[in-house]
Structure formats: C-alpha cells, structure tokens
Design a protein around this ligand. Structure first.
Ligand code: FAD
Length: 405
C-alpha cells in the first residue's frame, strides 16, 4: 500500500495525535503510523501545568480533558525525616491567567480525546499496527518503509514528524545522537487504589528523602493515585509488587488496604537529539528530548513543541511561510529544553530524591518555606513552566499585504 499525504506522523502517542489534530484543523492531509494496535496505556504523564492549557483549549481538547480528569491547585512538600509539611496553592495565579490550575489526566486519556476529535477529519488516517523501519528523503518528500499486519508497507509524504518516543526509530534513521545522560537508578510508577487524601496527603505531594523520596499524585476523580519512587537498579524487577507494599508500609503506615492497579519500572534520562530538524523531517516530544518526569515537564515540553510545529508546518505546506520557520521551531525548542526544561527537572529530582547532604536539604527546605510564605516568590516560581513555551512562527504576509519600496 502506498499513500501520498502532505505530512506523515510516526507515533500515535499524545504528541503525534495532537500534532495530527492541529494539522487536520488547518486542512492538511495527514497519515499517522503507529506500531501498537491502539493507544498505549502504560502509567506515564498525569500532570499538565497551567501554562500549557491554553494550547489544549485552542485545539478544543481542554473541556473534555477537564471532565475526564480534574483541575487542581493544591500542592504539598513533606520532609520525610521530620514530618514538616509545607502547602501551597495555584490560586495565586488567579487574575494572571485564564487557567489558574493544573490538569490531572492520564496521558492515554488525553490521546483518546485527540483520537476521537480526529475521527471528524477525513483528511487524517491513523494506521495501527504499522512499525516504521526506514525513512529516506529527497528534494520533494519523504519515503517511509514499514511493516504492517499484512507485510511490507510504503508511504510517501511531503514532510514527516517523528513523534515516536524516546527510542525513536526516526531519530535513529536520521543518524542523530540522543545526547545526554541516564540516571543510575530505577524509578517505579505504581498506580494504586489507595485514597492518600484520607491519610493527609495533598493531591500532589512531594515526599523529600534519599530513601523514601516519592511523588504522590491523585490520578482520577475516584480513588486512583500514583506513587512514584526510586530503587536500586540491581533489584529484580519481578519483586516490584512486594517492594511497593514495603514502601507503602513506611510512608503511609495507617493504610492497611490498597489494590495495585498497574505499575511500570523505568529509567530516567536527560537527553536531546543533536537537532530537531533534518530537511523534511522534524522531531517532536520524547523523540526530540527526554527528561526525568519529577517536575511533570516531559509531555508538557512535547505539547509546547506541538503548539509551534503544527502552525509552522501548516504555514509551510500552504505556502504562507518559508521553511525557515521550521529551523526556528527546531532551534527554539531545543534551546528551551536544554536551558529550561532539563535543568528544572533535574533540580526537582535532586530536591526530592537526592537529599543526603544536610546543608543542601536545609537550604531546599528554606526555599520551599519561602514559596508558601511569599506570594510573589510563589508566582515567580510558577511562571517557570510558561518559559517552557515558544513563540509560534510569524507567517509571511500575503503578496497584497507586502510593503512596496
Ligand atoms: C512515570 C512517568 C510519569 C510521567 N509523568 C509526566 C507528567 O506528569 N507530566 C508530563 O508532562 N510528562 C510526564 N512524563 C513524560 C511523558 O510520559 C512523555 O513525555 C510522553 O509520553 C511523550 O509523549 P510522546 O507522544 O512524545 O511519546 P510516547 O508517548 O512515547 O509515544 C510514542 C508513540 O510512538 C510509537 N512508536 C514508537 N516507535 C514506533 C515505530 N517505529 N513505528 C510506529 N510507531 C512507533 C509508540 O508505540 C508510541 O505510541 C512521565 C513519564 C513517565 C515515565
């Protein structure tokens, strides 16, 4: 089978599907190629910071996302060793933004909403069970080789977006390095039916400790919660359910009963592709950059990629902008990742999970207390995630609007 589209997107994760939706709304023909048979539902992103909600709203995704998930403002830091608890709220953003709250929703649910919206666009086809194995480009377009349920497949399009996650085959076929480092620990994300609120936890709680460091987050409107903690890489993976139980006995001893809904062991990275554009191929989301998720910045960074990329690519395909807007996309998004997203995420991880230096921990606690005590300090801190966005491209003026000399 061969199809010729304006844009091929590899990967039907949240980044690929939301990019497809942005392009679809602009009238661009799109094929999305996804190796899985449906949306992948492993326990991953849950928190979407206030600053990325306007983009979801612009794409018509926010209302349903808020119905299926929920908005929330409460946060808490707890120093495990002393029990000191410091609370703060996003209500300080009221009056400063239309969206003074964060959204909580499993990333597969967000992807499902985007997929439902795509069904209304005949210019988009999503191909499931299609594993991309090779790409080649020339002056006119990009050719894709893939294997599908019935054998070999070929696709052809003018442009291609690699949104195929941290192990990106697209990035690999471009010969790009994924520069950076991988943290020498295993992290475990456990989804649990355990109402942490009953035991005094805020709906996002950062538990600060080198051994019992954890991020505890409410996942849905029922009693599903996520507890993410770290452990030694050498421990056998098949012992994880027992170790989750041991961990919970220490951090929430009063909770006698819980059900383990799902868990996922994973490694954390700080990595970026050497470039996010090679000719007619663009990288977005985890295919372009991967961060530890301690601050909830991974997919948020990917969404900010999408908000710029679909506008830039639609403008190029429709001839209202030159392809230099794609270079700007690639440069801006890589710089934002290296200068803002990755350092901020590493700092969060250090503060929560790597607290063995008492002087450093005291300084961290003082800084956290100042967030709760001083509104201006908190607002400044919360503005961090708005700096993870980039300006969309400025389309060329139409010939009739250009100034004549
Ligand atoms: C435990 C955990 C918690 C997290 N929490 C947060 C959070 O709260 N907030 C946040 O912003 N981020 C968070 N993240 C990060 C977030 O999960 C990622 O940034 C997000 O998944 C990136 O989305 P994506 O669409 O770029 O890639 P993915 O979600 O990885 O999707 C890539 C898709 O491409 C497909 N694919 C791969 N290779 C091929 C191929 N060769 N051919 C065809 N298809 C292919 C895959 O099957 C997959 O469907 C978390 C991550 C983890 C591990």
């Amino acid at each position: 089978m061969t199809s010729t589209e304006a844009v091929t997107i590899v990967g039907a994760g949240p980044v690929g599907l939301i990019a497809a939706l942005g392009l679809a709304k602009s009238g661009i023909t799109v094929s999305v190629l996804e190796r899985a048979k449906g949306i992948v539902a492993s326990p991953r992103a849950i928190t979407y910071h206030w600053s990325c909600l306007e983009g979801l709203s612009e794409l018509g995704l926010l209302d349903e996302a808020l119905q299926l998930g929920f908005s929330k403002q409460d946060y808490s830091y707890i120093e495990f060793a002393t029990g000191e608890r410091i609370d703060f709220s996003l209500d300080v953003l009221e009056g400063l933004t239309k969206f003074p709250y964060n959204l909580h929703l499993g990333q597969h649910r967000l992807a499902e909403i985007a997929l439902r919206r795509l069904a209304a666009y005949p210019n988009v086809t999503v191909h499931w069970g299609v594993n991309v194995t090779d790409i080649e480009q020339d002056a006119e377009g990009v050719s894709v080789a893939a294997t599908g349920p019935d054998g070999e497949l070929k696709f052809r399009s003018g442009w291609l977006i690699g949104a195929d996650g941290a192990g990106s085959a697209v990035r690999g076929r471009l010969g790009l390095e994924f520069e950076g480092m991988t943290w020498p620990k295993r992290f475990v994300a456990a989804n649990l039916h355990l109402d942490f609120a009953k035991y005094g936890f805020a709906r996002t709680t950062f538990l600060i400790d080198s051994t019992y460091g954890a991020i505890i987050v409410k996942l849905d409107q029922n009693d599903l919660w996520r507890c993410t903690y770290s452990e030694d890489l050498n421990l056998p993976e098949d012992g994880i359910p027992e170790r989750i139980s041991e961990f919970l006995k220490v951090i929430v001893p009063a909770a006698k009963d819980y059900t383990l809904h799902a868990y996922s062991p994973y490694r954390m990275h700080q990595r970026a592709a050497t470039t996010f554009r090679v000719g007619r191929v663009l990288l977005a989301g985890d295919a372009a950059h991967a961060t530890n998720p301690s601050g909830g910045y991974g997919l948020v960074g990917g969404l900010f990629d999408v908000y710029v990329l679909y506008k830039a690519l639609a403008a190029v395909v429709q001839g209202s902008a030159g392809d230099e807007v794609l270079d700007k996309y690639a440069e801006d998004r890589r710089r934002v990742f290296l200068e803002i997203v990755s350092p901020a995420a590493s700092e969060n991880k250090r503060m929560i999970f790597d607290t063995s230096d008492p002087a450093q921990r005291a300084a961290d606690m003082a800084r956290i207390r100042s967030l709760a005590a001083d509104k201006a300090t908190l607002v400044e801190r919360l503005m961090l995630t708005s700096r993870m966005s980039s300006e969309p491209p400025v389309p060329l003026k139409k010939a009739s609007q250009r100034e004549t000399i």
